[in-house]
Ligand binder design. Structure first.
Ligand code: AOF
Ligand code: ZN
Length: 358
């Protein structure tokens, strides 16, 4: 399963489909073929592993398939993997994570009904970690929201005269671009779109464009000017003249956006935090003190420490002179296989301002 997870991680982090890996073992437990999913419309990991076996002259009959996600049972962009495994005569299937996708689920039951031994939950935590954005989106019907903040040590994003270039250094900025290249969409509010005229493209260190460019989303009622950089080369532009964050997130989910990176400004960041809609924080913090000037986050309605918006540190990385803190909101209970459902998981912390306006 560790090998299957490593294979899965070779697939694209963005896109509507999950990253999945599959290893086929012979009856002696030796790997004979492997495969992973390369993105929507391409073969699923199981189909790729079966094809790899056959192309090497290996008959998959009697092998054990080790797959990071429960094999699908549906005819989607490709055929059902459960049927492909049954037809190939695979003897056993070991799965890390059950598939919560209502369209595709049911593969484990189908395999068992065909007399194949199926176990699930093998290295489930690692499987959940790899698929966290996709699983969150499929389980809740909302994209996984990562909020990026780039601030001084005292949480500011600009000096009082409005100057803001550059609080964080080149390594932090380059890192932020690699994250842009891994998400489905980047969001900003109209304030940032009008003030900063950002391009919101994912750029390499030499300024070129990464092959994958996320959808560029502008939230708010003011128009994006004709000459804006947002209309230049890069991902498609989607303007949502909308103040209801729930509606914004569901419209993005309908477009199969699984992972949304929000880059500002303070108004949108504050609204998302106040609505408890931020799943992960990427805080790039520079050892710079401004003492005055705009802060990254405004009033969250918190008047007492017990109500603070608290996150759990996942990772800390030094980037030149700056530090990147990756923190996540408290994990919600994970549905068990038996109770797996597509009902939205209720947030653990009740939203303070459910109808928060931007
Ligand atoms: C993948 N790759 O390796 C596996 C998937 O639209 P389709 O037909 O490609 O089906 C996508 C669904 O199939 C996906 O949401 C997931 O539930 C299931 N399994 N998908 O893209 C894979 N094993
Ligand atoms: Zn499949």
């Amino acid at each position: 399963m560790r090998r299957a997870l490593a294979l899965a991680a070779q697939g694209p982090a963005y896109g509507p489909n999950p990253r999945v890996g599959c290893v086929l073992l012979d009856p002696a437990g030796q790997p004979v073929a492997e495969g992973f999913h390369r993105g929507a419309g391409t073969p699923h990991a199981e189909a790729a592993a079966l094809a790899a076996a056959r192309s090497r002259g290996v008959d998959p009959r009697g092998t054990t398939a080790v797959v990071t996600l429960e094999p699908c049972a549906h005819h989607g962009r490709t055929g059902p993997c459960a049927d492909a495994l049954i037809d190939a005569g695979v003897a056993a299937v070991h799965v890390a994570v059950a598939d919560p996708n209502p369209v595709a689920t049911g593969g484990a039951a189908k395999l068992r009904a065909a007399g194949i031994e199926v176990t699930t939950g093998l290295l489930a935590d690692e499987g959940e970690e790899l698929l966290r954005q996709w699983l969150h989106a499929v389980r809740t019907g909302r994209p996984y929201v990562t909020l990026k903040l780039a601030t001084s040590l005292d949480g500011r994003v600009a000096a009082t005269d409005g100057t803001s270039r550059w609080i964080t250094g080149p390594q932090a900025r380059a890192h932020a671009h690699t994250i842009r290249a891994q998400v489905d969409a980047i969001g900003v509010g109209t304030g940032t779109a009008l003030t900063d005229d950002p391009s919101l493209t994912a750029r390499t260190i030499d300024g070129g464009l990464f092959e994958h460019q996320p959808l560029r989303v502008v939230v708010g009622r003011r128009a994006v000017p004709d000459g804006a950089r947002l209309r230049g080369p890069g991902g498609a532009l989607l303007h949502l003249p909308e103040h209801d964050l729930g509606a914004v997130l569901s419209q993005l989910a309908e477009r199969e956006v699984r992972h949304l990176l929000v880059e500002g400004g303070p108004t949108l960041a504050t609204a998302l935090l106040a609505a408890d809609a931020v799943d992960e924080l990427h805080a790039y913090v520079a050892p710079v003190l401004l003492g005055a000037g705009a802060t990254a986050v405004g009033d969250l309605g918190v008047t007492t420490i017990g109500d603070a918006a608290r996150f759990t540190t996942h990772d800390v990385t030094r980037l030149g002179d700056d530090v990147l803190l990756v923190a996540r909101r408290a994990q919600h209970a994970r549905p068990t296989e038996a109770t797996e459902s597509v009902q939205p998981v209720q947030p653990g912390r009740p939203s303070r301002h459910p109808k928060e306006e931007i």
